[in-house]
Design a protein around this ligand. Structure first.
Ligand SMILES: C[S@@+](CC[C@H](N)C(=O)[O-])C[C@H]1O[C@@H](n2cnc3c(N)ncnc32)[C@H](O)[C@@H]1O
Length: 281
């Protein structure tokens, strides 16, 4: 077993094939869904109790959804816990899209246990069915989503086509700066050797602070492809799809609890996440 993911640069052939990288990510996430299955009981309890899994930063961006959001579409919904949090915040109905069949199965089990008005679709986000076009008052996504996508302009075009005129994209995502820093042995921030502008990298195995080891040995898992889209790339893709950017906020929120080893007085001074709100004119 290895303790940290095995990471290597993508080959030129891999980097040229967006769809193949997405398919590999779907297979890797099917494996990682094992971890989410262990969280299902907790998710059912939370949603049944009327709770939300979203951070206060996200709720501030979303605002009160009661009476102003008929349909929320959650892209890359995983097991549906964050999606159904949107329902708890007032969305009338929720549709979740995810590439992993095992994640969609989990979301269905969460719906069955909670009676939530939700529908789940297994698809690459780039293939989100066109019959949903122009139907979403809210497209919500983030928290570890964009890094798995390899064509951000195509993603932004999907977001734009899903929204009703006046509808909003709310994105809350890991900050690309986070890829450049990690804790040293004494709990201080230190630079990693990540190349901010390098594009996709391939990895196998998962961070101990997140998915960690699975029942499939790390070396037998699927390779997966991720990248830190720069803030400039994200904003440019959203604007390029014809959406009007309303807010871009940066935050020290350790959104995946990946930096618990940082000394208390060192936390809070670096941007680890960001939120973006954009509307379809
Ligand atoms: C970290 S999760 C997203 C955050 C989620 N809110 C959660 O509960 O953790 C990433 C999800 O993106 C999905 N995914 C990755 N690439 C995708 C793609 N191209 N299309 C649709 N879903 C994708 C994975 O299957 C996985 O469920």
């Amino acid at each position: 077993m290895i303790d940290e993911p095995d990471v290597r640069p993508t080959t030129p052939a891999e980097a040229a094939d967006v769809r193949a990288m997405h398919a590999a990510n779907g297979a890797a996430w099917d494996e990682a869904a094992e971890r989410y299955e262990g969280w299902l009981a907790e998710a059912i309890e939370l949603i049944r109790a009327g709770g939300s899994n979203l951070f206060e930063e996200e709720e501030a961006l979303l605002g009160d959804l009661r009476g102003r959001c008929h349909r929320a579409i959650h892209l890359q919904c995983a097991g549906g816990r964050d999606s159904l949090s949107l329902w708890r915040l007032g969305a009338h109905e929720v549709i979740g899209i995810d590439l992993s069949a095992r994640m969609i199965d989990l979301a269905e089990r969460l719906t069955a246990a909670t009676g939530a008005p939700a529908r789940w679709i297994q698809a690459d986000v780039l293939d989100t069915p066109v019959d949903l076009d122009g139907t979403a008052d809210l497209v919500y996504t983030g928290r570890g989503s964009l890094l798995w996508l390899q064509d951000l302009d195509a993603w932004a075009a999907v977001v734009s086509r899903l929204l009703v005129p006046g509808g909003r994209l709310v994105l809350f995502e890991g900050h690309p700066f986070e890829w450049l820093v990690d804790g040293d042995a004494d709990g201080h921030w230190a630079l990693t050797d990540y190349d901010y502008f390098a594009g996709p990298e391939a990895s196998r195995g998962w961070s101990p602070g997140f998915i960690d080891h699975l029942s499939i040995p790390d070396a037998e898992q699927h390779w997966k492809f991720s990248r830190a889209w720069t803030l400039g790339e994200v904003v440019t893709a959203v604007a390029g799809a014809g959406l009007r950017i309303e807010r871009l906020v940066e935050s020290p929120r350790d959104w995946w609890s990946g930096h618990g080893d940082i000394l208390a007085d060192e936390r809070g001074r670096l941007p680890l996440s960001f939120g973006l709100v954009a509307t379809r004119p």
